[in-house]
Design a protein around this ligand. Structure first.
Ligand code: NAD
Length: 352
């Protein structure tokens, strides 16, 4: 298979973790006989310094031409002035908009060797925690009409049937490749937009008779994620509820350095990135955890290129080095020995 991939290293630890992600990609390329053509482009603070814009036109053009985009992270104290007109995160928002990404896909998984890092009791996560939150990204209250009226303020939650259908399809198709289970989260007892959400999801579910769909109210879902997380597999939800629930789910895993994400529009192209930021406090020290970036590559192989075996090879390699006790500082217990960014990357490549 031949694929074109745009690579954005970004700022802070971005270049360090992306170097390891690319190493894993090259290992897969060699082992499975694929060709991955990489084009490096700039975005974020480094692009502001060079081009005075967070997302240069040619970066967006290259990303639009690519089959997938791999991104490190952007931002840092140098560009943190909240009153500045040009800011690194504009690059990210404009890139997602430019690629018309309406679906945010965030897996949250507890790797058994790291179970102790979860803030939940082992008795609760003993049955495993491996879910994917599918969050609508371009609609809902974050994009609805808002304003001030005298001494009051308002924001509007609005969804159309087509917006709900296209995000629900992403969830159903992911569930089809997994455990055939979707929890659709809403607030249909109170909100009209949620009633339309539920009606639309239920209608669409008839096209996927082999998938079990459970409707759950968001307040209950927030509780159930802590009480009995093993009941979930694919969690489908709106922009605001997904924002909150995906952060809650990520905390259950115990480490931000382990979590990857994808943003997708229609078609197979996607943007793949770790959920963490540019970690300026540890940048340049060679101690950042590259696993989230490496797992972003695994998501790319699975979701955009449909290379399940290759994706699993990365996931298994990650599990294997964790089982053997290799840890970057962020996931190490107080008395555990730590391993640096580059060495973790090499160990994972060796086991792919
Ligand atoms: P952060 O995720 O960068 O860091 C939070 C904490 O987690 C820090 O202590 C950091 O050292 C640690 N951490 C994060 N990733 C790690 C990794 N891979 N390995 C080991 N430790 C890791 O969040 P923050 O400190 O709030 O933000 C720092 C900068 O990143 C800000 O400029 C922010 O705007 C930006 N940011 C960017 C993105 C993105 O590019 N998608 C996301 C969030 C924050």
């Amino acid at each position: 298979m031949t694929k074109n991939i745009a690579v954005i290293e970004g700022d802070g630890i971005g270049p360090e973790i992306i170097a390891e992600a690319v190493k894993a990609l090259k290992k897969i390329e060699k082992k499975y006989n694929h060709t991955f053509n990489l084009t490096y482009v700039e975005m974020g603070g480094c692009a502001i310094d060079k081009y005075k814009t967070a997302l240069p036109d040619f970066t967006l053009e290259e990303c639009k031409k690519a089959d997938a985009v791999l991104l490190g992270s952007v931002g840092g104290p140098k560009w943190d002035d909240p009153t500045a007109k040009v800011r690194p995160e504009q690059g990210l928002l404009n890139l997602r908009a430019g690629l018309e990404c309406f679906a945010n896909i965030r897996p949250a998984k507890v790797y058994p060797p790291l179970a102790a890092a979860s803030p939940l009791k082992e008795s609760i996560i003993k049955d495993g925690f491996d879910i994917i939150v599918v969050r609508e990204l371009t609609g809902g209250i974050y994009f609805g009409e808002s304003g001030r009226d005298g001494d009051s303020a308002y924001d509007t939650e609005r969804y159309s049937v087509s917006e709900i259908e296209r995000i629900a399809k992403v969830a159903f198709e992911l569930a089809d490749k997994r455990n055939k289970l979707v929890h659709s989260i809403d607030k249909a007892n109170v909100l009209e937009s949620s009633r339309l959400w539920r009606e639309t999801v239920q209608r669409l579910a008839k096209e996927y008779p082999h998938i079990t769909v459970t409707n759950m109210l968001v307040d209950n879902a927030a509780m159930q994620l802590i009480r009995n997380p093993a009941q979930f597999d694919v969690v489908l939800t709106s922009n605001i509820f997904g924002d909150i629930l995906s952060d809650e789910a990520s905390q259950i895993t115990g480490s931000i350095g382990m979590l990857a994400s994808a943003s997708k529009g229609e078609g197979s192209r996607g943007l793949y990135e770790p959920i963490h930021g540019s970690a300026p406090d540890i940048a340049g020290k060679g101690i950042a955890n590259p696993i989230a970036a490496i797992l972003s590559v695994a998501m790319m192989l699975d979701i955009s290129f449909d290379l399940k075996e290759e994706a699993n090879a990365i996931d298994n390699a990650v599990n294997s080095i964790l089982a053997d006790g290799y840890r970057t500082a962020d996931i190490a217990a107080a008395n555990e020995k730590t391993t640096g960014t580059e060495q973790i990357g090499t160990l994972i490549c060796d086991r792919i």
